[in-house]
Every structure is written in structure tokens, then in C-alpha cells.
Design a protein around this ligand. Structure first.
Ligand code: GDP
Ligand code: MG
Length: 323
């Protein structure tokens, strides 16, 4: 997971270290006159450096591209830079400790960036029935994530029903029924073209009657320009008052993640995120951007195509992996 981002971040740590305190051999133009004595070595090891704010700006101008390549948003890069300044500018730092110190600053910054508000899912799930509605662009992984969450709920001994709220895209109902069959979960559906608000309403009634714990409602994928689909989403929310509106985002989307989330948030309000395809995304900076810029709870990461490939979001674990 996030190998490319990891590689870039570690390269950046090395580059910053080298630029703050260039290695002796790089500076050395003429051959050494004296043999290094034990004392001179010690002195060198203890040589302290002082970094200016301008120096950090200059360094970041050069290395910014590395982070942009890994899909880290500009806002996130600025935070990394400012945090680094706070820790190293105006202080005397031993050369020998510089890299370690930079690494620690990065780790702390990543931890802060990845730290998003939390939702106590088990507490949410105490309500009967709980309604989760899944939102997102076409192909982001809504239906697959719903099925994975059904599997996860079953592992917690909770029952669920699917609402086929995507009555728009061809074969979407059949796709959900496939999952229903494999997971032994009923699907409440209407015809294609039906009003999804009514389908979800029926699924909630069904869950109440059958004492089913959770309703997982699919919706049609939409884009910035689907005005009527956006209106449909508003109706779904107005009629059914979901307990959680979960935005499912493809982590390969790059920094459009931020626009996507803002669009759904403005239209209906986003309570939490799931980031899918973290197993195939070769960049991963999008997760930093999503966490830091959006500050929405992240419930899960999608890590593959089978039902068990759903990983509970753990910021510390990710920060440890990255640096
Ligand atoms: N590798 C990988 N593929 C995923 C993941 N989540 C979804 N997919 C795939 O993405 C494609 C679109 O998923 P789907 O659930 O149909 O998207 P929807 O249009 O939002 O409902 C399917 O081929 C899924 O198998 C994931 O976490 N990892
Ligand atoms: Mg779908």
C-alpha cells in the first residue's frame, strides 16, 4: 500500500537532509591536506548547523515536485514545510542528528495530517435499523464497498439488507443481487428508472418488519454535471434521513478527491469517507490530502476486490508505514 508515496517521502527526507547540510565530499574541491585526526572527526560530528527559513523555502521549491508526483495536495505540502521550519529554523542542530530529526518531524506531521475526527461505528449501529447511504462517482466502488461492509457487519453478528438505490445504471441491480446471493443478504428493488428514495424507504420498512439491523443503500454514481441526479440524492436524504452518508472515493482520483467531496458535501452533507483501490493506487498522496484537507472521518480503506479486503482506517499505522 502507498509504496510510491513512501518512496517519495523517504527521498524527500534524504534530499532535505543533504541540502541543509551538504556532505563533505560534495563540497570538497581540493584534495585533503591533513589526515583526519580523531579530534577533527569528533569536532565534525558535533558541528552544528543553523538553517534559515529562506533556506527551507528554497529547498522546498526543488523538492515540491516529488510530493506533487505522489498526489500530495499543495495544502499538505505547505503544512509539511511549515512544520519543518518550526522544528529546525533558528536552532542549532548537530549534523549527525539532522536526518533523524527531519524524519521525526515528518512522522509527527503525517500523524497530525492523518488524524481525522472519529466515528464510533458500533455506537451508530445501536439504532434499529441503522441506515447507511453510499454516495460517489461512477466506478468509485460504492456497490463493492457496500458488499464488503455487509460482510464486515456479519462478522459483528449484525444482519443487513441491501436497497437497490442505483436504478439508473444498466445491470446495477443484478450486480447487487449477485452480492446478495453470495452473502445471503436480501435485496429490496424496484424497476430500473424508479425513484431511489422510494426504494430505500421500502428497504427501511422491510428492515423494521423483519428486525434486520442495518440497511445498506446503493445510489447511482454521479458527476459534477448531473444536476437531476444530485436533486435525486437530496430527495433520498430528505425522505429517509440516513444515519450515515458515506462518500466512496477511488484513491486513484488524485487531487480531484477534494472537489468531489466538496460537491457532495454541499449537496447533501458527507458524514464519512471510504477510500477504495488503495491496493492499486501507486501514488497514495491522495489519502494525505483527503485526510488533511477534508478533515472528514475515514471509516475504511478498500484494499482489493474480495469481501475481506476492507481495512479499518488507522492513522498511526499509516504514518508508521510511510516514514
Ligand atoms: N482493486 C480494487 N478494486 C476495487 C476496490 N473497490 C472496488 N473495486 C473495483 O472497482 C470497480 C467498480 O466498483 P463498483 O463497486 O461497481 O463501483 P460503483 O460504480 O461505485 O458501484 C469494480 O471492478 C470493483 O471490483 C478496491 O478496494 N480494490
Ligand atoms: Mg454500483
Amino acid at each position: 500500500m502507498f509504496d510510491f508515496l513512501k518512496k517519495k517521502l523517504n527521498e524527500v527526507v534524504k534530499k532535505v537532509t543533504d541540502k541543509v547540510a551538504p556532505k563533505e565530499k560534495e563540497k570538497k574541491a581540493k584534495p585533503k591536506k591533513e589526515k583526519e585526526t580523531f579530534t577533527s572527526k569528533i569536532v565534525k560530528a558535533f558541528t552544528e548547523i543553523n538553517v534559515s527559513s529562506e533556506k527551507v523555502d528554497e529547498i522546498f521549491q526543488e523538492i515540491e515536485i516529488d510530493l506533487l508526483e505522489a498526489d500530495v495536495a499543495v495544502e499538505a505540502i505547505d503544512k509539511i514545510k511549515e512544520d519543518l521550519k518550526k522544528e529546525i529554523v533558528g536552532k542549532s542542530i548537530k549534523k549527525s542528528e539532522l536526518e533523524k530529526q527531519i524524519r521525526n518531524v515528518f512522522k509527527k506531521t503525517l500523524n497530525e495530517m492523518l488524524d481525522v475526527p472519529k466515528i464510533d461505528l458500533m455506537k451508530k449501529l445501536e439504532k434499529r435499523p441503522t441506515l447507511f447511504v453510499f454516495l460517489g462517482f461512477n466506478g468509485s466502488g460504492k456497490t463493492t464497498t457496500m458488499a464488503k461492509i455487509a460482510y464486515w457487519l456479519q462478522s459483528k453478528k449484525l444482519s443487513c439488507v441491501f436497497a437497490a438505490g442505483d436504478s439508473f445504471r444498466a445491470a446495477s441491480i443484478e450486480q447487487l443481487e449477485e452480492h446478495g446471493k453470495k452473502l445471503n443478504v436480501n435485496v429490496i428493488k424496484h424497476q430500473y428508472g424508479a425513484d431511489p428514495a422510494a426504494v430505500i424507504f421500502d428497504a427501511v420498512k422491510y428492515a423494521q418488519a423483519k428486525k434486520i439491523d442495518v440497511v445498506l443503500a446503493d445510489t447511482a454514481g454521479r458527476t459534477h454535471t448531473n444536476k437531476n441526479l444530485m436533486d435525486q440524492l437530496e430527495k433520498i436524504v430528505r425522505v429517509n434521513k440516513p444515519d450515515l452518508k458515506i462518500l466512496v472515493i477511488d484513491s486513484m482520483t488524485g487531487n480531484d478527491i477534494i472537489n468531489q467531496c466538496r460537491m457532495f458535501d454541499q449537496a447533501v452533507g458527507v458524514d464519512a469517507l471510504v477510500l477504495t483501490k488503495t491496493d492499486v493506487s501507486n501514488k497514495g498522496g491522495s489519502i494525505l490530502s483527503a485526510a488533511y484537507v477534508l478533515k472528514k472521518p475515514i471509516l475504511f480503506l478498500g484494499t482489493g476486490q474480495s469481501y475481506k479486503d476492507l481495512h479499518e482506517y488507522d492513522p498511526r499505522e499509516i504514518a508508521e508505514k510511510l516514514i
